[in-house]
Design a protein around this ligand. Sequence first.
Ligand code: MG
Length: 375
Amino acid sequence: MTPRGIAILGSTGSVGTTALRVLARQRAGFRVCALTANTNATLLRAQAGEHRPSFVGMVEASEGADAGWAVGAECLVSAAVRDDVHTVINAVVGAAGLRATIAALGAGKRVALANKETLVMAGGLVTAAARRGGGELVPVDSEHSAILQCIGGRPMSEVRRLIITASGGPFRTWDAARVQSATVTEALNHPTWNMGRKITIDSATLANKALEVIEAHHLFGIPYDRIEVVVHPQSVVHSFVEFVDGSVLAQLGVPSMELPVLYALTHPDRITDTGVPAFDPVALSPLTYEPVRHDTFPALGLGIRAGVAGGVAPAVFNAANEEAVARFLAGELSFGDIARAIASALVAAGDAAGDTLEALVAADVSARAHVREFA
Ligand code: MG
């Protein structure tokens, strides 16, 4: 077959570099056509030298940019809608990836979505863009990749419940008082996954799991009361799907993002790849499960309630969380303040409708301003 053209938005981040590692092994099936990065010109230049894309873009204008590169935030959309691109891997961090996702789906592309904030902020608009433009949304998130693989093309009327696994993060066994005052270094020390800074903090607060519940609601069109979360410290079972007859399927694998990235490119097919270590059930045992400690990790409940409330609430939850995490990383807020700042922003936003991109972007902007003032 002719190699499929791939655009990677956010190519110098954790998922972007993982995707390029996978693609370097799979040159027969895929060709890197477009790369964009936020600020890391040095790594972007090295990636462009190796993969020879026809388009290179950088979001932040900088002296490090090469003369032939597109510079500015609009390079994300330009890369996403190119004629030579079949699949867009959207690995941009945060709400900045939204317009590119909508544009790519509107242009009939497959979007391999690692940018879960896109779906959380504007799930209704994104799924509508896919329906309208003929585009296809495939998750890169390991939990959602697991669910997609377990459902295996069966109709959602046969699915009773999704059970999303959570590692529990670095503070799973800490008492509540100690969690409140955890340091940045402690929060960045994730037990099972090696990821970017923002998502690692989200895993420590469990805000990441809230984003994933909202993401699952939109990706699979399933009501919130049929999505559950269970703590599974080993991160080997990536999620469960319970069917209407009571049978449960799970997807397992070593905790490497290379697996869900590759599956997002080939779904519903599978291709030969030996990039990750062989699965060894004995070495990976035992596998254990625990209930979520909602009192210690209130961000999860806040996010799920925002999802159920709908309107601008999920966008407010997402924006407030991004801003609070940035302030925590800057040493301006305590770990416990992250959830308090999100709760405060949700109360301030009220229950406004969120059915246009403008309304959602406005809610995002005010939530960020609210959290910047939070003390
Ligand atoms: Mg995940």
